[in-house]
Design a protein around this ligand. Structure first.
Ligand code: PBG
Length: 346
């Protein structure tokens, strides 16, 4: 049947898709995509100190947790059926090379050990990037006159690729030693997956997986995260390493490189205005695929709800379902806890 025949036979008896929408049970029977708590990964922010959960202004319901509080939170997530968390650290001290990220006593290694103790059934992903740890807020080592890494022939302010890549490998080993199950490099540094794989294998962690933020766009939707992680870049933006939102072919190239370098899982970030990219990667690669429903997407729904303009539960579940429908196996979302509760309520 060609498309003209629809117009030619508007009352043809077969053309009645509404028949299958007549009853809630029938609608459930023909539903193509089902979201479950097992699809979700909860991003969590951890900081030094004790007994504190500091609310994040632009992300209602989200907190910076001290490790003792984080442990309470992850136990509840596990009880709700959320299988995994991804950790972001806020170090006590930031410096030019982000050394808290590769210190065995850094905030994230501490948190990983505590979670593995408290909820061994949970999978712990460690976000592997430097922007939370550097005093300039960029995702790696910046070419700065006077610094040990300075290269006079490279532009000032350039994110030095290979020194950053190698330091990511070193930090990955530290997080793996602490018990991370999956390392999730998010810096968009060339060769980061290969360097992390080599470093992990060399240190005896060939059983630790890598989920690459393979396709990460330079997005305005990360704004609230940068409040949460206290990591806005002190100069410029991240466009010299994160991708131009306009580029789809380049997204496929980035994914191909990470597959070749040994990524076990891929991720697209942000998820929401990039579902076309998610679907294209799903079609092309057999690897498990994650998608990050980012801080801005969370903040928007909360802001509209606070104004009485949207219904939070309905719009959040619709958003997450659209991400799964587009091809994600895993969704990293600040709604993990709420969504797991809503889904269990039916
Ligand atoms: C670190 C990182 C960022 C996010 C996750 N990992 C911030 C950034 O790239 O600026 C953003 C997550 C979110 O907005 O929810 N590189």
């Amino acid at each position: 049947m060609n498309s003209n025949s629809l117009a030619a036979q508007p009352t043809y008896p077969a053309l009645r898709p509404r028949r299958l929408r007549m009853h809630p049970t029938l609608r459930r029977m023909v539903r193509e995509t089902t979201l479950t708590p097992a699809d979700l990964v909860a991003p969590l922010f951890v900081r030094h100190g004790k007994g504190q959960r500091i609310p994040i202004g632009s992300m209602p319901g989200q907190f910076q947790f001290t490790v003792d509080q984080l442990v309470i939170e992850v136990r509840e997530l596990a009880q709700l059926g959320v299988p995994a968390v991804i950790l972001f650290g806020i170090p006590a001290v930031k410096d030019a090379v982000g050394s808290d990220n590769y210190s065995p006593n850094g905030i994230v290694p501490q948190a990983i050990r505590a979670i593995k103790d408290a909820a061994p059934e949970l999978i712990v992903l460690s976000d592997m990037c430097f922007c939370e740890y550097t005093d300039h807020g960029h995702c790696g080592i910046i070419n700065t006159p006077g610094d040990a890494h300075f290269h006079a022939h490279l532009p000032e302010g350039y994110l030095l690729n290979d020194p950053t890549r190698d330091l990511l490998g070193r930090a990955a080993v530290v997080h793996a030693e602490a018990g991370a199950d999956i390392i999730a490099p998010s810096g968009m540094v060339d060769g980061m997956v290969g360097a992390i794989r080599t470093a992990l294998d060399g240190a005896g962690f060939d059983h630790v997986a890598i989920m690459s933020y393979a396709v990460k766009f330079a997005s305005g939707f990360y704004g609230p995260f940068r409040d949460a992680a206290e990591s806005p870049p002190s100069f410029g933006d991240r466009s010299q390493y994160q991708m131009d939102p306009a580029n789809r072919r380049e997204a496929m190239k980035e994914a191909a490189l990470d597959v070749a370098e040994g990524a076990d899982m891929l991720m697209v970030k942000p998820a929401m205005p990039y579902l076309d990219i998610l679907a294209a990667i799903r079609e092309t690669y057999p690897l498990p695929l994650g998608a990050y429903h980012v801080s801005g997407a969370y903040a928007m729904l909360h802001a509209a709800t606070a104004n009485g303009w949207l219904e939070l539960r309905r719009c959040a579940l619709e958003s997450l379902t659209s991400i799964k429908r587009a091809g994600a196996d895993l969704i990293l979302t600040y709604f993990a806890r709420d969504a797991a509760r809503w889904l269990s309520e039916g």
